[in-house]
Design a protein around this ligand. Structure first.
Ligand code: NAD
Length: 366
């Protein structure tokens, strides 16, 4: 019997359950057709967990998340929980998962599928063939640094403070993730900060340069974050892997996301230390405006599963099969409403899921 691959599926709120159903069908397909030995559990998170047990992340769910190889999450949130106290909101469940699993590396690929080049806000020739990986530091920097807060000064003026802070070990571990990834891709890393005006940026640059000595086969360059934002919309194909801090990564990954057309297409991964926790999720939210209508795009979630196969389960061939099947279905002209184009066929969430499975049948060569 092959090694057991343990996966915890957390559908969450809004469209979460609908898109997760399609990902579950892909998992079942892989179990039957590629003899992968999955052990799959499902549980509640976010608003659904709050309604069930009064907390957005139950202790038993966290324990399960810590014990599996990978977590696949749908999305959390919705206006029905707007009145709930801050630390019991659906999003608090997600943040707690990231923190408790020690997920310090956020991987956000920006891949432009050939059939969707026209959906990008940039000219087709700028995005055709685009394949960037943004590696964002997720648990440090200005979002967590101390001191922080809002205070009132003796003169009555108010003062808001956040602190950008990084240590060498935090920089080294995220840099290693970026260099390791580049070794499996195009062999290039661009490190982005503001070394010209921030000491923490200078430290980042110096420490990434030190880590690069362990990877003589990888080409490293440094780019100021503002310049990087500009280059992302001017000539995005110059990049392979971009490694950056929490704040700049938040901004740059959203810019890169828009190069590819639709939120409904974008997967992500959050990784901890090697052999530790990992969580995979679509970049989009719970889309309450379209929940329950069978029109949500399940591709971002299915591609998140592909990332889990590649990075947590060591099943690169199966990850590639899923990605090829998505490509095949799009090339065949099927579209969910969010990526609809003139002359294409609009399909529901479940028909998109069916079509991806049929494409996997066709492309499956064992
Ligand atoms: P959203 O990503 O849910 O939706 C933005 C727009 O994109 C909406 O028009 C929506 O219909 C559309 N959309 C999103 N995903 C889609 C898909 N798979 N297929 C088709 N269309 C899709 O962002 P929002 O509206 O700002 O937030 C809604 C809720 O989601 C809020 O409660 C927010 O807090 C939460 N949220 C959760 C996450 C997460 O779980 N990781 C991330 C972002 C937002």
């Amino acid at each position: 019997m092959s090694k057991e691959l343990s996966l915890l599926m957390l559908p969450g709120d809004g469209i979460g359950p609908e898109i997760m159903t399609e990902a579950r069908r892909v998992v079942d397909w892989l179990g039957h057709n590629r003899a992968l030995n999955f052990f799959v559990e499902e549980d509640l998170v976010g608003g659904a967990a709050y309604d069930d047990g009064g907390k957005p992340l139950a202790d038993k769910t966290l324990e399960r998340a810590k014990s599996v190889d990978a977590v696949l999450l749908g999305a959390v949130g919705g206006s029905q929980w707007d009145g709930v106290e801050y630390d019991m909101r659906p999003e608090a469940g997600l943040l707690a998962l990231r923190k408790e699993l020690g997920l310090f590396a956020n991987l956000r690929p920006a891949i432009c599928f050939e059939s969707l080049v026209d959906a990008s806000s940039l000219k087709p020739e700028l995005v055709s063939g685009l394949d960037i990986m943004i590696v964002r530091e997720l648990t440090g920097g200005v979002y967590f640094g101390e001191p922080r807060g809002i205070e009132t000064l003796p003169n009555g003026e108010r003062r808001g403070v956040n602190t950008q802070v990084y240590t060498t070990s935090e920089i080294h571990r995220i840099a290693h993730v970026a260099f390791d990834l580049a070794g499996k891709r195009g062999g290039r890393v661009t490190s982005s900060e503001k070394a010209n005006v921030m000491e923490s940026g200078l430290l980042w640059r110096e420490e990434v340069t030190k880590v690069a000595l362990d990877y003589p086969e990888i080409a490293l360059d440094h780019m100021l974050a503002d310049s990087c934002a500009m280059q992302l919309v001017r000539a995005p194909k110059q990049f392979d892997v971009i490694v950056t801090d929490n704040l700049f990564g938040d901004l740059l990954s959203d810019v890169a996301a828009m190069l590819t057309g639709s939120l409904g297409m974008l997967p992500s991964a959050a990784l901890g230390i090697k052999g530790g926790g990992a969580m995979y999720e679509p970049v989009h939210g719970s889309a309450p405006d379209i929940a329950g209508k069978d029109i949500a795009n399940p591709i971002a979630t299915i591609l998140s599963l592909a990332m889990a196969l590649r990075y947590s389960f060591d099943c690169a061939a199966e990850a590639q099969l899923i990605e090829d099947a998505v490509q095949d279905v799009l090339a065949g002209g099927l579209r969910t409403a969010d990526i609809m184009q003139p002359g294409k066929a609009k399909v529901s969430t479940s028909v998109m899921g069916d079509s991806i499975l049929r494409a996997m049948d066709r492309l499956n060569i064992t």
